[in-house]
Unconditional design. Sequence first.
Length: 136
Amino acid sequence: MPFIVWDDLYNIGVPAIDEQHKQIVSIANRMLEALMQQKATREMPFILREMGTYADTHFRTEEEYMEKAEFPGLEDHKSLHQEFREKVARFQQKLEANDPSLTAELTIFLTTWVTEHFSMIDHQYVPALKAAGLIT
């Protein structure tokens, strides 16, 4: 059973972004499963790297849409994306150091990111996308 269950509240109406959000949830669930099943040493380095790489791709997609729509909150949103990147890098360091706080911190971070960022923060740019005719 997944740790983070997809909810249609996370959809913003851009198929490419919605699919990317689903993929991020899938990677997050694999990551959390590896931690809970104590496979972190073997699998986590690869999953964390995948999360970082995929998140970069996703962030570029979102930012391109926001730029096209001239979303006034673009710079603030980019800052949140940068914070995510930095957090993933810190998790990689904690993993390498066998930091026992990793499981709790990563679980809280990922569940919070998905529920808050996807359902609230990302929805802030939807009116700009609609006004620019990028979505209906």
